[in-house]
Write a protein that binds this ligand. Structure first.
Ligand code: CA
Ligand code: CA
Ligand code: CA
Length: 253
């Protein structure tokens, strides 16, 4: 091999390494906001999945993600998922973003807030997936009947054992804009790797750790978790050790 060929080969290797780095750049939080059109009467239905928005993209929740139908546990924080007669944790995994225009009065809270489970600062919403998964994406939808409680700051954390949690991504919301929008607002925070890689490997627990909420309490509409099931890590380890044992036995014979 000539020196010229070797130097070309070296340059190619460096280029591939740089390209590889670019492909696995980072976990990102991509945000978008759907605002209902003006003019709805009190308790008129509005669904970001089927109705034409006043501004922002249409958006829909998944009914086939791995959190669908699960009951999250909510602990800590200054809040309760049923605050102001909202539905609570069941609203987070029902596959729906549907809500209503606000009644603008105290009497209709149960109707107003049926699409939401509320969260507050330092609250932990934990989803036990019941098995181990490599995660590709998590979509968190937060919202309210107006801009009063529609946005959250959060950390997305994952764990294999519900004891030690790792930080995957964090997001900081803008200032409260209570009173500025008087129609339903839905915010999507989509957490994924911009190079297409998984965002977590072999995890069972996914936790939304809320660090701030509009007006002290904000509505969460849905949490969609996407991934593929993998064997339990300890099972892998045992299988590996068993194979190693077989190999040793064979060598001894
Ligand atoms: Ca869902
Ligand atoms: Ca929902
Ligand atoms: Ca707001």
């Amino acid at each position: 091999m000539t020196r010229r060929f070797l130097s070309l080969l070296a340059m190619l290797c460096v280029a591939m390494l740089v390209a590889g780095d670019a492909a696995y750049a980072a976990v990102t939080v991509t945000t978008s906001q759907n605002i209902a059109p003006d003019g709805g009467a009190a308790h008129d239905p509005y669904d970001p999945a089927t109705d034409t928005p006043g501004s922002g993209p249409m958006m829909s929740a998944s009914s086939t993600d791995i959190a669908q139908g699960l009951t999250a546990t909510y602990m800590g924080g200054s809040d309760d998922p049923g605050y102001e007669l909202s539905t609570g944790v069941a609203a987070w995994t029902d596959g729906s973003l549907a809500t209503v225009y606000p009644e603008n009065g105290p009497g209709g809270d149960a109707v107003d807030h049926a699409g939401y489970g509320t969260v507050g600062p330092n609250g932990d919403a934990t989803f036990d997936l019941g098995g181990f998964y490599n995660l590709s994406q998590v979509d968190v939808f937060a919202g309210w009947n107006d801009s009063g409680r529609d946005a959250i700051s959060f950390e997305l954390q994952v764990s294999a054992d519900d004891a030690v949690y790792s930080l995957i991504a964090s997001y900081t919301k803008g200032p409260d804009d209570t009173g500025q929008i008087t129609v339903p607002v839905t915010n999507l925070y989509s957490i994924a790797d911009d190079g297409g890689a998984d965002i977590a490997s072999a995890v069972r627990y996914v936790r939304l750790h809320v660090t701030d909420a509009d007006n002290g309490h904000a509505g969460v509409v849905e949490v969609d978790i996407f991934g593929t099931q993998v064997p339990e890590p300890s099972t892998c380890l045992l299988a590996g050790l068993a194979l190693l044992g077989c190999a040793k036995l064979r060598r001894r014979r």
